[in-house]
Structure formats: C-alpha cells, structure tokens
Design a protein around this ligand. Sequence first.
Ligand code: SAH
Ligand code: SF4
Ligand code: F3S
Length: 432
Amino acid sequence: MTAPKRLFIKTYGCQMNVYDSERMAAAMGAEGYVQTDSADDADMVLLNTCHIREKAAEKLYSDLGRLKPLKAARPDLKIGVAGCVAQAEGEVIRARMPLVDLVVGPQAYYRLPAMARGEAPAVVTDFPAEDKFDHLPPATRRAPTAFLTVQEGCDKFCAFCVVPYTRGAEVSRPAARIIAEAQGLVARGVGEITLLGQNVNGWHGEDGQGLGHLIRALAGIEGLARIRYTTSHPNDMAEDLIAAHRDVPQLMPYLHLPVQSGSDRILKAMNRRHTADHYLRLVDRIRAARPDILLTSDFITGFPGETDADHAATLRLVEQVGFATAFSFAYSARPGTPAADRTPVPRELAEARLHELQALLTRQQKAAQQAMVGRTVGVLFEKPGRKPGQMVGKSDYLHSVFVEAPEAKAGDLVQVRIIGSAANSLEGRLVA
Ligand code: SAH
Ligand code: SF4
Ligand code: F3S
C-alpha cells in the first residue's frame, strides 16, 4: 500500500472560506490525501485566501515567500492558491510567484482534484452554472458545531467591497439540499449549525420563501439544538425572519447585522441603500421580537469623504444601539471597486477614528458580558478548557464560557450559571 499523501490547508478570511476548506479537504480525501497541520511534511499546500482588505491579500504573498525554500528543497511539493485572491488575481499570482502550481477560484473547487492530477488547466476561475457543492463530497470533520453555506455571492455592490467580484452573483442553494446536508451533520453528532452566506438573509427558496421559512424547516430536525446564521444585510431582514427570532426556540438570540457607518451621507456614498434611522428602527423591531437578543456589527472608519461629523454620527449610532461586540476596520481601497478612485481620508485620521470607535465598542462588549453574570444560559461544550477538568463552549449568546465539568464531553448542551467575566470570555458553574 502506498502511504497517503498529505495536504496542508491554510484558511484566511471569513467563515465561508472555513466551510469551503472543509469541502476541499473532503474532495482531496477522496484522492488519497489526509490533512496535516504543517506545510513542512505536506505533499500539497493549499492557501485559501481573502481579498477583502489590502492586508489580507498581501498575506498570501508573504506566506508564499516563506514557502520558497520548501519548494526548492522538494520540487514535487504542489502549491495551490484558492479563495478570493485566486478569483481576483488569477494568472497574475503565478506570474508574480512561479512556485504556485495551481490557482482555483471559489466557484470552481469541484475541479480541484482534476487540477491536482494535472488533468485540468492550472488556473480555473470560472463561475459555472451549477451548485459547486453538488460535485464535492460532504465534509467529514467531527465537531459539535458546523457551518453550512446556504447562499453565496452578492448583488449589493457596496462601493468599498470586492465580494461581488470575487464570489459572483447571489445564488441560493435549494432548500432540499440544505436540509439533507443538515440532517447528515446532525446524524454525525452536530448539535449547532450556523447557516452561512455573504448575504445570508437574502437566501430564498425555489418557491420564493425566505430564510425564516428555511430556519423553521431546519428546526424540525430532531437533535438539532441550535441554529445561527451570518452575515445579514439590514435591507433583507424580512418580517418572517424577525418573527422566527420570536417563535423558533432553536434560533439563538444573537444577530450579526453590519451597518458600516452611522452617517446617512456616508451610507449613501457606500451604496448601502438605507439610512441610520432605518437601521435603528429595524433594531427596535428585532428587539421587540426577541428582547434578549445580542447584536453585533461591522464598521468601516475613514471611508472616502468621511468628516468628523460623519464619524460622530457613527459613534452616536453605536451609543444608541449598544452592541455585544463588533468588527471594525480602517477603510482599505480595493482595486476594481467604485470607491477605489475616490480621494482617501488620511490614513492616520482613519486609524484615529478606528481607535476611538473601538474603545467605545470594547466598553459595550464589557458591559454586555457583565450583564450575563448571574444569569443561567445554555452552553454547548466544544472542547476541554485551559485547566484540568474544565470545558469550554459557546453560550446561547455566543460568548465563550469556561466551566468546571470533569464528567462532561464535547457536544454536551448544559445549563450554566455565569459567575464571572474576563476579557474575552465568561466563567460559569454547572446548574444541577
Ligand atoms: N456581507 C457582509 C460583509 C462582508 S465583508 C455585509 O454586507 O455586511 C466583512 C466586512 O469587512 C464588512 O462588513 C466591512 O465592514 C469590511 N470591509 C469590506 N470591505 C472593506 C474595505 N474595502 N475596507 C475596510 N473594510 C472592509
Ligand atoms: Fe460586500 Fe456589501 Fe455585499 Fe456585504 S452586502 S458582501 S459589504 S457588497
Ligand atoms: Fe474574504 Fe472572500 Fe470571505 S474576500 S471575507 S474570503 S468572501
């Protein structure tokens, strides 16, 4: 018997890349590759890349630079670039870095095995008509939680964003396939599924039904204790989806709802197609349906044209909503996007605004965590904690919770009383 070949995958960027990496690993598994956690002993290295900000994209080239000695010592080592940089730059990657053997865009992953065998072109970045996942075997990793991509691509064309170009037009996977995949995951022991999409609440079934309907159908799967979804656009929060937060106990009380800015002028320049007030009213409706829901968001500071007054409006919106946590970034001009040609805000100013915003968001995060102390919440254990006898898992509200539970195992869903709050996690005690 020949020894299995080893595949090392490094994943950058969003959860959709994490999901894709698992599916690629499964596809290469069928070709006799097993996963390894280091490039040093790998027969193939696959970098699943992100193009969202300049820093993310440049990481690829620094990592490729580091692979040069390895490739020089072992010319048989196959190096592949997947993901959004692969889609955006295609051939350019191999021109700049000849050590790269293959480049595969996110919609073409089912071609990866043929590419690795040398039976397909070295660069494939087409957008085929079919669901790419139809041709990929299911992921096999065992864990209590799983991602499930239900929607890909984006038609929104925010002025700063590369996603509509790297992932293509919005496509929803059919409900029947999603439900079948979810059933398979639950049969393998998964208790929590996070539905993924660049614009996940834009998902629609063949009969026009929306994400709320899909969530209700998934809630019917016995053994599926928790459902989450990310990332949502404010303009696609349909009434039925908001109602699902009230009606479906499996739908966790947590929502990531990016707003980017609190200034109407900047929201318009970003092509977000809603106002700050629209967002605030939406938050009110969501909280009316599920009063204990925690909200998180994404922000960009220093978008072209942003003034001090615009920035102040963002801080005001954050004060008004009160977020559990948020991702925030200084604007990064991306080639090919409409905003890339606009006059930038000085870098230092964008960074200074970012720090001010982050200080406020950190205060809110602390307050949200502190408010959990004394409450009893569900925790789904994922793995052993730092101390012996300790387990760590996520609460219903997606906080990491450390609990002394020597008898427990990963996958257990338990009731925990929160007794303390640290920088980025909570401490809890099992409720008898
Ligand atoms: N579909 C999601 C976001 C996907 S990208 C949405 O519509 O909200 C994730 C986050 O990266 C964005 O919400 C935005 O805050 C940030 N981002 C995207 N492009 C960026 C850019 N050019 N510069 C800085 N941050 C950016
Ligand atoms: Fe990018 Fe906007 Fe689409 Fe989100 S909605 S992926 S920010 S274009
Ligand atoms: Fe990055 Fe592509 Fe995701 S650009 S954020 S990996 S969709």
